[in-house]
Design a protein around this ligand. Structure first.
Ligand code: HEC
Ligand code: HEC
Length: 316
């Protein structure tokens, strides 16, 4: 950027600086309110002189060009789309990446991964350090997939990165992906767990089963129990679970539930038993730990009626 000093490029530089400045002050204010999640100091860099918006236009998986990358990209797609089968030695539950990142990350609404490689490396407060795309994938492997990390030079990890780079084509480094992060509820209402249980029976069991064990990674993934994500996953937070439900569920009718209903459902789901994350004490090493993470202690508090929802929801 600094080398671009002439004419129109100079204008872009000034505009970019203003945008970055605005984004950073938002971030600082966000932190002060405890509003930010582990995802991102986002910078907004205009791609052309007239347009500051990055367009959602990933290349199709049907049209991967022939050449040495093709095999890796298609293998990466398979690993993301069918993870518990294609990488069953590494996955500890019955989920696939696509169980949350719908359409293997192509879906614009459900935790989209289009453009993701443009946003890494990135500082992540949960880790208290700079995280590469490889480390971020492994983060979902050990938490959301309740499994094991891939080796850094493994074919699997290389293929996933190749696939994510492919679906990130055209998104400039550092760009703000407006479609990402939409499955996050900024202000979660105080939930009514009993009402969540009723709603669950009405609207969710057809695909996710009455006991939460699901009907399949791509038809209705496990929402709790041993085949679901562990309580170190992002989805174990009320803000992310309620946001995901409100934005995307039931499948085909995303955006129809009220925030209150989505919060009730999230509280019901997250008060059920699930695998435990062993390293809670190592997360957020530099502070900023959110209160809305539903660990075993909070699940117990829901059961015995002592949970203080206001306190739990005070930081998201
Ligand atoms: C149980 C749900 C779930 C599953 C399964 C899951 N993830 Fe995630 N993933 C999340 C959530 C939630 C986030 C955080 C999004 C946010 O902070 O807004 C996330 C974030 C990410 C990010 C960073 C996205 C960004 O915009 O910075 C990557 C990369 C990622 N996941 C890859 C994967 C891969 C690869 C798999 C499969 C191995 C996977 N995830 C499985 C829920 C899941
Ligand atoms: C028609 C079937 C269907 C219905 C009904 C449905 N879901 Fe889903 N759900 C899915 C599928 C399929 C996915 C995987 C992501 C995708 O493809 O959209 C999913 C993913 C999820 C996830 C993220 C995955 C995970 O393991 O955490 C949550 C949370 C969720 N659903 C909650 C609900 C809730 C709550 C309801 C009821 C309001 C509901 N769903 C109704 C099919 C359904």
């Amino acid at each position: 950027m600094k080398k671009m000093t002439t004419g129109i490029a100079g204008t872009i530089l000034i505009a970019a600086t203003l945008f970055v400045g605005a984004a950073i002050s938002d971030k600082i204010l966000g932190d002060a309110n405890g509003e930010t999640n582990e995802a991102a100091v986002k910078t907004q860099i205009p791609t052309t002189a007239n347009s500051q918006k990055v367009v959602y236009a990933p290349p199709s998986i049907e049209e991967v060009p022939d050449g040495p990358m093709k095999e890796a990209i298609l293998y990466g797609y398979e690993l993301v789309n069918n993870t518990h089968v294609a990488a069953d030695d590494y996955v500890g539950n019955q989920l696939s990446c696509t169980s949350c990142h719908a359409g293997a990350g192509y879906d614009e609404q459900a935790s989209s991964l289009v453009g993701v490689t443009a946003n890494y490396p990135q500082y992540i407060a949960r880790s208290g350090g700079i995280v590469t795309i490889e480390e971020r994938i492994n983060g979902c492997m050990v938490r959301s997939m309740n499994g094991k990390k891939f080796d850094m030079n493994s074919d699997e990890l290389e293929a996933m990165v190749a696939y994510f780079a492919y679906i990130s084509q055209g998104v400039p480094i550092g760009a703000e992906r407006e479609w990402a992060g939409t499955s996050n509820m900024k202000s979660v209402p105080i939930p009514d767990v009993a009402h969540g249980e009723e709603l669950y029976a009405q609207s969710c069991i057809a695909c996710h089963a009455a006991d939460g064990s699901g009907t399949g990674a791509t038809t209705g993934p496990a929402l709790w129990g041993e085949n679901s994500f562990n309580d170190g996953a992002g989805m174990a937070r009320m803000s992310k679970m309620a946001g995901y439900i409100q934005n995307n569920m039931p499948v085909g009718a995303g955006g129809t539930l009220s925030d209150q209903d989505a919060a009730d459902l999230a509280a019901y789901i997250l008060s059920q038993d699930r695998p435990e994350w062993a390293n809670h004490d190592k997360d957020w090493p530099k502070g900023g730990r959110p209160n809305d993470l539903m660990n075993k202690e909070k699940r117990e508090q829901v059961k015995n009626g002592t949970i203080d929802w206001e306190q739990v929801l005070s930081t998201n």
